[in-house]
Design a protein around this ligand. Sequence first.
Ligand SMILES: Cc1cc2nc3c(=O)[nH]c(=O)nc-3n(C[C@H](O)[C@H](O)[C@H](O)COP(=O)(O)O)c2cc1C
Ligand code: SF4
Length: 462
Amino acid sequence: MPADRTTKVVTRLFGTAGSSSIEVAMKHGAYSRLATALGMTPAAIVDEVKKSNLRGRGGAGFPTGTKWSFIPKGADTVYLVCNADESEPGTCKDRELIFWDPHLLIEGMILSSYALGCKHAYIYIRGEMMREVAVLQAAVDEAYQKGFLGQEMRSAVGTFKMDLTVHRGAGAYICGEETSLLNSLEGRRGWPRLKPPFPAVKGLFGKPTIVNNVETLMNIPWIVEHGGAKFAELGVGKSGGTRMVCMSGHLNKPGVFEMPIGITFRQMIDEVCGGVPGGRKVKAVIPGGSSMPPLDIDELDVPIEFDALMSDPRIKPVMVRPGQVFELAPGRPLRTMAGSGGIVVMDDSTDIVAVTARIMRFYAHESCGQCTPCREGTGWLARVCTRLANGAGRLEDLELLSSISYGIAGNTICPLGEAAAWPMMGFLTKFRADFERAAATGEANHKAGRVPAAAHTHGGAH
Ligand SMILES: Cc1cc2nc3c(=O)[nH]c(=O)nc-3n(C[C@H](O)[C@H](O)[C@H](O)COP(=O)(O)O)c2cc1C
Ligand code: SF4
């Protein structure tokens, strides 16, 4: 049966008093799926996850069961790492999931570890999440005391025992990228690694490793309990289950919601979040964290589902510049992506050029600096966009922004370069008139000698 707005897979305990304690969580079924899973073979669990159409909730939407099956057969040591770095602007679901139901995450990690043959799993959590770190560590300690962690349990293939370590990051956006996260976990500088090899083949300490998002792993107990096919039925097409959506910006009732994956942006804004304050119109919507190209007001009847956002023809393709479509592969235009579920709504009073400049400054600041197109390009985008927003731009800046973005995309070690280039081209495509107006203001200011020197450089990252 498809999910409706009351279906709760990962938020069942939201609002329940004491939900993070093991006693309360167990009263609501925590750890009850262990017996079922341990009675199955690990391969049978991987099959159920494949059937479930569960797709990664960390950003890329990659099918989880397929990723799991990349672990080489017979690997002696396998690691599972939960990505709880949650740094993408607009995204604030993992911290809520951890706060309200840490035992669902721990149970999901035990079930996943058994399926993957992992004996030591890690949770890499963003260091600033003090509240969630405390809740999570207390829950892990309780799971050890109850014997769900650190003790032998009987299984269909012998016995199973695992350890779980919570590791705090120091709070860098780039450490959410999986290979950077692994370097940071190993005690190295949080710089992304070149892929291949992918972590499933050579990851943490050089061993096969699966990195999964918090929400992804919290769906596993439901899949074990109800079966992969039922989970697939909750969703739409090739996207199983429900989706956590983080609604922020110009909304009467912003918040974090678990929703059917087929709900549209318009329904989310009008029906779930009570519309835009003051009855204003929507101007732009960031569909999945600030690294995703925006939607405009005519594109809001598309569902929040992964494939729809990539291929629905109602979403206009992103253009490098007028007349040149940006293609991910020949014949495959970039529209947008569901990303991390962070939806940011902007009303028609929003200064789009200023917003874009702010986003560019974020990526320039967070670039690890390892590769030139990203290190130099994001800073350049930030400076040019900022001078446009400050009334110090030039007409030729629009073409400059296009060519810098095009030079970054596809030419970097990790996707942070695209995280800046895609929204830059997306905002330019859909709100070109705003950029042209800003450039015309800049030209007029230059002519009248009204541009202070500082306006040219303010906001540069390096
Ligand atoms: C710059 C950057 C930042 C990222 N930050 C996060 C993050 O905070 N949390 C997350 O789960 N995934 C993040 N990702 C995606 C991870 O690299 C990885 O794809 C994900 O953790 C895999 O889990 P999933 O398959 O369950 O989605 C980021 C990726 C990039 C390129
Ligand atoms: S793309 Fe940017 S963040 Fe990623 S490795 Fe290169 S410089 Fe670092």
